[in-house]
Design a protein around this ligand. Structure first.
Ligand SMILES: [Zn+2]
Ligand SMILES: [Zn+2]
Length: 359
């Protein structure tokens, strides 16, 4: 139990005017209005207000002196401030106590997904992932005090961070709820970190996407997971690669595939086709005369790096597109073309069909 007298910094037998004076000084210092509504100041102000509420009331003070703070709350006669603040004190004490008792524990691992393009996954790339991390506050150099102001020893625990009550076997040591175990108080808490001394920041962590990375590959950034507890190591950050599909190229083992539509005329007389390559840009390939639809050309060494480091091939599938013919003139030309062209495969098929019917 935290003594209300300690909170106000007065001896147990203090007379009402000393209590009032002590309260006024502390209230002026910790009133949230004087501290930009700072949460630490607010918590401290509520503790002081609770102490004063009890010690300035003869009846409550008498009960408190005889039975302690629990006597005031257990009867339920004083809902509102006393009850609330008593709970608050208890909560803070419990939270801090449990933090004190924590065992050393490694932090949890974290997982983030990094979207990479196909060329980054295949050829490797330097990328960055963003992670939120608590780091020391630069504004106050982690002291928790607004720059230009200094830290004061906590008057409640006299700088110990813990308060011992009772003696001998009955001695109990509790965390000081006023300074929240730090022993020192920043009368003007740092506005950058709320007086905690740490700030949450978004860090850009460099990540090297390895050459030939497959979708779902996990990269490990050691120590960038959740922070450990009570001096335990931080967890690791797993960066999982998600490979975005390429508009024109598909991966097939160590090869890449690309389908290129060509016209009937290009297929008949031959020509050139422009093919995309993974590094960006294009290469030109020769379309041979009498190309069949689905015929595949192989461009050596423009695929993906395999386990030996040697790159696979780029397989270009030439697909003859059936033309859209929707004018009478074009249709007429097509029929005349049909009459003067030779389709050896079709002729062969029809001959075989005839033999099939005759047998
Ligand atoms: Zn700070
Ligand atoms: Zn303290």
């Amino acid at each position: 139990m935290t003594s209300y007298y300690r909170l106000l910094g007065v001896p147990e037998g203090a007379d009402p005017s000393a209590i009032k004076g002590a309260y006024r000084n502390l209230a002026r210092q910790y009133h949230p209005d004087h501290n930009n509504g700072h949460p630490l100041s607010e918590r401290r102000f509520r503790l002081i207000a609770e102490a004063y509420d009890v010690l300035s009331d003869d009846e409550k003070r008498l009960k408190y002196d005889r039975f302690g703070a629990s006597a005031l709350t257990r009867r339920g006669s004083e809902p509102g401030l006393v009850g609330n603040v008593q709970r608050l004190v208890t909560n803070i004490e419990q939270a801090l106590e449990s933090r004190m008792r924590q065992v050393r524990k490694r932090g949890e691992d974290r997982r983030v997904v990094l979207d990479v393009s196909l060329d980054q996954a295949v050829l490797g790339a330097s990328r960055a992932v963003q992670v939120r991390r608590r780091t020391r506050c630069d504004r106050c150099q982690s002291t928790g005090a607004e720059p230009g102001t200094s830290l004061e020893s906590c008057h409640v625990c006299t700088g110990q961070g813990r308060i011992k009550t009772g003696s001998g076997l009955l001695a109990v040591e509790n965390v000081c709820p006023f300074c929240e175990s730090k022993g020192r108080i920043a009368p003007s808490p740092c506005s950058g970190c709320e007086g905690i001394g740490e700030q949450e920041r978004v860090l850009d962590l460099p990540v090297q996407v390895p050459v030939g990375a497959q979708p779902g590959r996990r990269l490990v950034l050691r120590g960038y997971g959740e922070p450990g507890q009570a001096g335990g190591d931080a967890g690791d950050l797993f960066v999982e690669l998600s490979v975005k599909p390429h508009a024109l190229l598909q991966r097939d083992g160590s090869d890449l595939r690309c389908s290129v539509p060509i016209s009937v005329a290009e297929a008949v007389v031959g020509g050139e086709a422009t093919v995309p390559v993974l590094e960006g840009g294009t290469v030109t390939v020769r379309v041979p005369p009498r190309t069949r639809s689905g015929q595949t050309l192989r461009i050596r060494g423009r695929g993906c790096p395999g386990s030996t480091g040697e790159r696979g091939d780029l397989l270009v599938k030439l697909e003859v597109e059936t033309p859209v013919v929707d004018t009478a003139v074009a249709l007429d030309l097509l029929i005349r073309l049909e009459q003067v062209s030779f389709h050896p495969e079709r002729a062969e098929f029809r001959a075989a069909l005839r033999r099939h019917l005759e047998s």
